[in-house]
Design a binder for this molecule. Structure first.
Ligand code: SF4
Ligand code: F3S
Ligand code: FES
Length: 247
């Protein structure tokens, strides 16, 4: 059954803005993005919002709904209060307009990570992957780059000055995916510890809680990478013989 509610949307630019109320009718089965589109088509044609697939797969429609980072296309109205909800842009990144943020921070961090580096002398067909090595990082490849984990992480959400030295949970799983590959020869641990700030993560697990793909970011990527970094740094044998790598 349909009902009336108040959609409160942040409108503005980098110079400033505020919440604007839009009365809307909600129908059965609708998601937040349906309502934003309705506002856009009936009351605010200039409302800026990013979206693409409406199926939880492109990662474009991220926003904060009642203060919690979520995908608008995957958040059912039936799971939210019926009188009013507030939609604001991702708090961690600079706003461009309305619900659209500048998320280029994430692309810069992505470019800093060296790509997969197999042994230079390895010929095609010379190495047979074990199923376990295929399965283990599979989870990390489900990432849709929605940046919800990045925006919720307090290390940069509350401290803009940490951004230069912190890559964020999405890129901790990228490091883990590459480091767990048995043929990757790059040693990523110094970068992870120094330039990408793995030590700043104090395992609050907020990133894991908001991930729409259900990736166990903290347990399966961050904690194993913290162990690997510590292994290397404090184990005298590994420091003397760095080629003894545990993959
Ligand atoms: Fe989004 Fe999850 Fe990827 Fe983070 S790890 S960017 S929350 S899909
Ligand atoms: Fe941030 Fe996730 Fe660590 S939210 S503090 S990266 S566990
Ligand atoms: Fe693609 Fe929401 S529109 S994830």
């Amino acid at each position: 059954m349909s009902y009336q509610m108040n959609l409160r949307i942040w409108r503005g630019t980098a110079k400033g803005g505020g919440l604007v109320d839009y009365p809307v009718t909600v129908a059965d089965g609708e998601v937040v993005l349906d309502l934003v589109h309705r506002v856009q088509s009936t009351q605010a044609g200039d409302l800026a919002v990013r979206w693409n697939c409406k199926a939880g797969k492109c990662g474009s429609c991220s926003a904060e709904i009642n203060g919690r980072p979520r995908l608008m296309c995957m958040t059912r109205m039936s799971a939210l209060p019926r009188d009013a909800i507030t939609i604001t842009p991702l708090r961690t990144f600079p706003v461009i307009r309305d619900l659209v943020c500048d998320v280029s921070f994430n692309y810069r961090k992505a470019m800093e990570i060296p790509s997969f580096t197999p042994p230079a002398d390895l010929k095609p067909g010379e190495y047979r992957m074990r199923q376990a090595d295929v399965t283990r990082p599979q989870e990390f490849r489900k990432c849709i780059e929605c940046w919800l984990c990045q925006t919720v992480c307090h290390v940069i959400r509350d401290h803009d000055d940490n951004k230069p030295a912190f890559a964020g949970p999405r890129f901790f799983i990228r490091h883990a995916e590459l480091d767990m590959h048995p043929l990757d020869t790059a040693d990523r641990r110094d970068q992870l510890r120094e330039a990408h700030g793995l030590g700043l993560c104090n395992i609050t697990k907020c990133c894991t809680e908001v991930c729409p793909e259900g990736i166990k970011i903290t347990d399966n990527a961050i904690i194993p990478m913290k162990e690997r970094v510590v292994d290397r740094r404090y184990d005298p044998l590994r420091r003397l013989f760095p080629r003894w790598r545990r993959k």
